[in-house]
Design a protein around this ligand. Structure first.
Ligand code: SF4
Length: 475
């Protein structure tokens, strides 16, 4: 089984396709509106919410400024408690380490919890190539895995599916008869529980992600709502955690801040139903082998860019997705990455640069709603603008860049707008040439690449007399 890695695509093309799916838009609107309303209730009841956000931002900024120190401290603490720390430069290295651990444990199946990071590196596919089946145990992750689709939301990966669609997937994926399962939520979750419980009990190896890791004591943390994380991190004999290097926090005081910020911003709960911490191994209790894989995979490059470094502060709460007017209409698959929405629009082009990823920073109206809800105050609009500038520069420097129509149009606009005289002359020329195209006060069609503008909006005609001309003509 595999959830299927998202295919990198230009955002505008993928979005156009997603917009044709009205069921998707209905599912998204219902889910994001509900989470948004609940989130706003639980955040407004804390009088120090803004101070908490600022504390979260400050802790993250300090960690990024001293990342090497905290990671080494974490490694020492995990090792001292019987764990093994591995350093992985990229996804291939991390996958090879996990496959090696599964092979030495003799496992043909691993259970997985909470790990968008393993989706980022395509771990399920790598395990499948090594003859090991990965079973996703979060209910929503299981749904998208049975559908053979990538997640479409960080927190609610199956947000694009309704219960009738889920029932159909369960019937096929779990080998059930139609009479055995209705589309009642209680029946659907009971079926998933039975299916997963069998796998929890027979699994020898579990793979988890990490929400945080406390450098002070080497304690790794996973927060979740279903209890599947607790099963994964306690039942199997071997536990492997794949963690992005940015997830380290200095100490337990920092956890006090993040454990208030995260549940309220993500599931709109005051506290997560399950918050699991483990520090190394302890004899006769839980997994007897613990491996922590510290993954770079582009993160140190992000760290080196001071203007975009704050992207690494993200605690993957998904609040920015739920308020984004673009995400709410196109859903997660249009972003062609495991990281959708506003955070995906800034993280993907940095972690996985490509011509397709360079289109993501333009997938925003720059309304700023994402910044307002972000629990660690990541200034997403500012980073979007920075990355837009970088994408334009890259295109310009490419062999065909200087010949692109958009670049030529921008250069022409810059030349005309730089001088009032040139601008007035251009207005006079446009007034003379617009006769054939004008319909009343507007132009609804322009030829060639200019048609990109009039495809979705009208252009007002240049008036017979501009304000300046009227002003100058006054007695
Ligand atoms: S960018 Fe902020 S709001 Fe968005 S997922 Fe990350 S922490 Fe949450």
């Amino acid at each position: 089984m595999s959830g299927g890695a998202p295919r990198p695509r230009k955002f505008a093309e993928a979005a156009r396709e997603a917009l044709k799916d009205s069921q998707l838009r209905r599912n998204l609107a219902k889910a994001t509106n509900t989470i948004r309303a609940k989130r706003s209730v639980v955040t407004s009841e804390l009088p120090d919410w803004q101070a908490l956000r600022e504390a979260g931002r400050a802790v993250k900024a300090e960690v990024m400024a001293n990342l090497a120190t905290y990671l080494e401290r974490l490694e020492t603490a995990v090792t001292a408690r019987g764990g093994t720390v591995h350093w992985a430069r990229d996804g291939a290295e991390a996958n090879a380490i996990v496959c090696g651990i599964a092979a030495s444990a003799g496992a043909r199946e691993v259970v997985k919890v909470k790990s968008i990071t393993t989706d980022e590196i395509g771990l399920n596919e790598a395990l499948a190539a090594a003859g090991v089946t990965a079973i996703e145990t979060d209910l929503a992750e299981l749904i998208v895995q049975l559908a053979g689709e990538p997640s479409s939301h960080i927190l609610v990966p199956a947000i694009h599916k309704n219960r009738a669609q889920i029932r159909a997937l369960f019937l096929e994926g779990m080998g059930l008869e139609p009479s055995e399962l209705s589309d009642e939520p209680a029946e659907l979750t009971a079926a998933a529980r039975r299916f997963l419980r069998e796998r929890f009990f027979r699994a020898e190896v579990a793979v988890s992600g990490a929400n945080f890791a406390v450098a002070e004591t080497g304690s790794v943390c996973v927060v979740e709502s279903e209890g599947n994380g607790r099963m994964c991190t306690t039942l199997p004999d071997t536990l492997v955690t794949v963690m992005g290097i940015e997830k380290v926090v200095p100490d337990w005081r920092a956890m006090e801040v993040f454990l208030q910020l995260l549940p309220r911003s993500s599931t709109a709960e005051r506290m997560n139903p399950y918050t699991s911490f483990w520090s190394g191994v302890s004899a006769g209790d839980g997994p007897q082998a613990f491996h922590l894989i510290l993954l770079d995979n582009g993160r140190t490059t992000v760290l080196a860019d001071e203007a975009a470094r704050q992207t690494l502060h993200c605690i993957r709460c998904s609040a920015c997705l739920n308020v984004c007017p673009v995400y709410a209409r196109v859903g997660g698959h249009a972003y062609g990455s495991v990281y959708p929405g506003p955070i995906g629009a800034i993280l993907t082009p940095q972690l996985r640069p490509s011509a397709e990823a360079d289109t993501l920073p333009f997938a925003s109206s720059l309304c700023g709603a994402c910044y307002e809800v972000c629990p660690v105050k990541i200034d997403i609009p500012r980073v979007l603008l920075h990355l837009r500038g970088r994408a334009v520069e890259r295109r310009r420097r490419s062999p065909s860049g200087w010949r692109s129509g958009e670049d030529a149009a921008m250069r022409a606009a810059a030349y005309v707008l730089a001088e009032p005289r040139r601008y007035r002359r251009a207005q006079r020329l446009a007034r003379g040439g617009q006769g054939l195209l004008a319909r009343g006060d507007t132009i609804a069609w322009l030829p060639g690449m200019l048609g990109g503008w009039t495809r979705t909006r009208d252009l007002p005609v240049v008036p017979a007399q501009t304000f300046r001309e009227w002003w100058e003509a006054r007695p």
